[in-house]
Ligand binder design. Sequence first.
Ligand SMILES: NC(=O)c1ccc[n+]([C@@H]2O[C@H](COP(=O)([O-])OP(=O)(O)OC[C@H]3O[C@@H](n4cnc5c(N)ncnc54)[C@H](OP(=O)(O)O)[C@@H]3O)[C@@H](O)[C@H]2O)c1
Length: 264
Amino acid sequence: MARVAVVTGASSGIGAVTARRLARDGWDLVLVARRRDRLDDLAAAIGGATVVAADLTDEDAPALVRAALTERHGGRLDLLVNNAGARFPGTFADTGVDGLRQHLDVNLFAVAALTHALLPLLRAQHGSVVTVASVSSFISRAGTAGYSSAKAAVRAFSDALALEEQAIHVGLVVPGFIATEGFPQTQLVDNPRTRWAVSTPEAVAEAVLQAGPGRQDQVHVPRAWAIATAARAIAPSVVPKVARLLGAQTTPDTRSVETRRLAD
Ligand SMILES: NC(=O)c1ccc[n+]([C@@H]2O[C@H](COP(=O)([O-])OP(=O)(O)OC[C@H]3O[C@@H](n4cnc5c(N)ncnc54)[C@H](OP(=O)(O)O)[C@@H]3O)[C@@H](O)[C@H]2O)c1
């Protein structure tokens, strides 16, 4: 019987590439995101998958995913990839606490709610949960107060879960800057001084494999970003200097998939 994985945020970017990679390795997949058409197309392209079109910030979303696993896969779950996430534009002065809540809803609470609902299935299978955090959880750039707060929180959540759960493996993937639909990284790509910092969704998919089935605890993409973790402890004054070099996160680059869809 094939191993079963849930991949959230599979309608684009890192999630879609990760789903394709897992399918190639023979996994059965449950694909989760809001855009059903994208998930249906991906399911067809990889030779079949279970599709759950849901907003993960909705209270009933975790139950929908669990019901799909029960109905389609007899309740089997070997790997949960908590990849869905979003960044919304605006400085803290502009958005206030509402901006932080919006980020925490999708990047922390939705992750925690789904993980909680699926823990019994993961335990039964001695499976893995992999959460996609961000280097923003270590280095906050201007314009990322909500996003960086939420990613730091989800990293801390994952660390604690790893200590609490004996029957499952808990892994964390820490991408740097990855050119995707939702995070085009235009500013960094356009600047020759920062272009080196941008990596690919394929590299993150590989890291998910290492942190999930490979059972590594924490994988940075690219690996050199592990220095950000060390820098906070060893040379904290370097961190804001790097953040300034990377520049402020400005509005055009922060338009989330949702924001763009609403604007179209
Ligand atoms: N790209 C980077 O530079 C980078 C760096 C570090 C970390 N990350 C993290 O990597 C993950 C994937 O990002 P990406 O770069 O692949 O961006 P992306 O192309 O925008 O993909 C984000 C995915 O999350 C889904 N999603 C967003 N809000 C959702 C919600 N409320 N309910 C369900 N699904 C939702 C989107 O699908 P729908 O719109 O169809 O719902 C989409 O499939 C995110 O957690 C992001 O924070 C990205």
